[in-house]
Design a binder for this molecule. Sequence first.
Ligand SMILES: NC(=O)c1ccc[n+]([C@@H]2O[C@H](COP(=O)([O-])OP(=O)(O)OC[C@H]3O[C@@H](n4cnc5c(N)ncnc54)[C@H](OP(=O)(O)O)[C@@H]3O)[C@@H](O)[C@H]2O)c1
Length: 264
Amino acid sequence: MSSTLPVPVRPPLPHALSGTTAVLIGGSSGIGLAAGVLLRSVGARVVLVGRDRDRLQAAVSQVRRASPAGDTDDAVLGVPGDGGDERTLAEVFDRAGQVDHVFVTAGGLSGVGPVTGLSAGDIRATFDSRLGAAFAAARAAATRLSPGGSLTFSSGILVVRPLPGMSAPLSVAGAVETLTKALAVELAPARLRVNAVRFGQIDTPLLRSRSGLDSDDAIAAAGSTVPLGRIGTAEEAAASALFLMANNYITGQVITVDGGATLT
Ligand SMILES: NC(=O)c1ccc[n+]([C@@H]2O[C@H](COP(=O)([O-])OP(=O)(O)OC[C@H]3O[C@@H](n4cnc5c(N)ncnc54)[C@H](OP(=O)(O)O)[C@@H]3O)[C@@H](O)[C@H]2O)c1
């Protein structure tokens, strides 16, 4: 898997992603779906992965509507399944053909609660599902991406601003950030790049599913405490992943998109 050639040079702007193929694991909602729309609008082929078939189909239709004029519908594919399942990932890569970029946004909150209230099984299940899924994506990407390709993981600012009751999910998120750096070194000889985005509060179905954040007023109130005065949009969050995909000279980095929340 190593190369004697350096990583290819290409223009580091999102429009250079035109003609590439991106797999979005967790692409049927929120940040992953917004990434699909942005990628398609710059002419990339997009493969969306999610478990709920109806939600996935609706997302495929939404991303197709972002296609540049004259492009075909074949440029957007939905593959239903669990992104942590190696057989699902094998099917995704088989159906996608050549893949250049993978963005992992699959996830939600599990294993929440005070450490004394968590069973060993709860903790193991959180690690198995979230960290196991990151490793599964990495194992698939490492063997299937082309040189200059990238893998981008998701994390969150609670890693550096922890809240009580979040020990299990935040341990996983921290491990994903460490995995990002470890894989960046390990996969650099194959000219593959690995990065992560640490998100602040982003207006998605996941955020709105949290108690007290299920209305526009509540989202606006939560945003008023952020230095930039509001919650981020899914598009703003997704654009950071496109930046990392497009720039062939960035690897092993965790970039923060949080409206300045971690500065205060
Ligand atoms: N929004 C925020 O404020 C925020 C802040 C910090 C970090 N994050 C992180 O950013 C990532 C994206 O969040 P989001 O807000 O965009 O969430 P979201 O709107 O809930 O979208 C998550 C997507 O992942 C899919 N998914 C979940 N588990 C999956 C699995 N095992 N296999 C395949 N697909 C799966 C979901 O579809 P199905 O359920 O149908 O599979 C959905 O399409 C998450 O990792 C989240 O923890 C978000």
